[in-house]
Design a protein around this ligand. Structure first.
Ligand code: PGA
Length: 233
């Protein structure tokens, strides 16, 4: 697959005006913009080159589920990618079973799940082999009963997210090759990706792109990361 750069804005920005300004600046080919739910419609209708992503989806198509947003509803908003099982959601109690249901629901709507996996530092401290076992277990749980060839996996070591301490690109490449044995469409890296370090990750053949948090809130940084990705096709 071509290198893909996903902007995960998380719970930012705080107004639709700011969201539209950011989206306009980041509207580039090869990018996916994943704004918070309240901005999906307006951001989606202004994007011309980038595709639209969502940060989560509920598995039941419709019904009495206060506060939830279903994959079925997202499909009607031009959403193409849905982040599933982000570690920030798992930390709030999202279980492997829920992640598996969400992956299935997103696929059933014809959208592409971006399944997040990654180990905490308590595991990685024990070495890459321990991290590989941890991630393999997460993948088995999330991909149970799923035809994985349409799934994109984002490998995001938890200790690298939002810390300024990105993982080692060579070790990420080893992990990406392991993840690819599960038959998925591609593997992205996430965790403190910046315009400065993105190049070394994107040059790895096994790494198909990046899931970018903090740096996606700075349009210049994000533009630079997308340009780097296009140059390393
Ligand atoms: P970060 O976040 O780039 O701020 O580390 C990545 C993510 O959580 O997807």
């Amino acid at each position: 697959m071509n290198k893909l750069i996903i902007a995960n804005w998380k719970m930012n920005p705080d107004s639709v005006g700011r969201a539209l300004r950011l989206a306009r600046a980041e509207d580039k080919k090869g990018a996916v913009i994943a704004p918070p739910f309240p901005f999906l419609v307006e951001v989606g209708s202004m994007l011309r080159r980038a595709e639209l992503g969502a940060q989560d989806a509920f598995w039941v198509p419709k019904g009495a589920y206060t506060g939830e947003v279903s994959a079925h509803q997202l499909r009607h908003l031009r959403v193409a990618y849905v982040i599933v099982g982000h570690s920030e959601r798992r930390a709030q109690g999202e279980s492997d079973i829920e992640v598996n249901r969400k992956v299935k629901a997103v696929l059933a709507e014809g959208l592409t799940p971006v399944l997040c996996v990654g180990e905490p530092w308590s595991v990685r401290r024990g070495g890459l082999a321990a991290a590989k076992r941890f991630v393999a277990r997460q993948l088995r749980a999330a991909l149970k009963g799923v035809s994985s060839r349409r799934v994109i996996v984002a490998y995001e070591p938890i200790w690298a997210i939002g810390t300024g301490r990105a993982d080692d690109p060579a070790e990420v490449a080893v992990m990406a090759r392991l993840i690819k044995k599960h038959g998925v469409r591609g593997v992205l890296y996430g965790g403190s990706v910046t315009a400065r370090n993105a190049g070394v990750f994107l040059r790895e053949r096994a790494i198909d792109g990046a899931l970018v948090g903090a740096a996606s809130l700075k349009s210049r940084s994000f533009q630079n990361i997308v340009d780097l990705a296009r140059r390393t096709l």
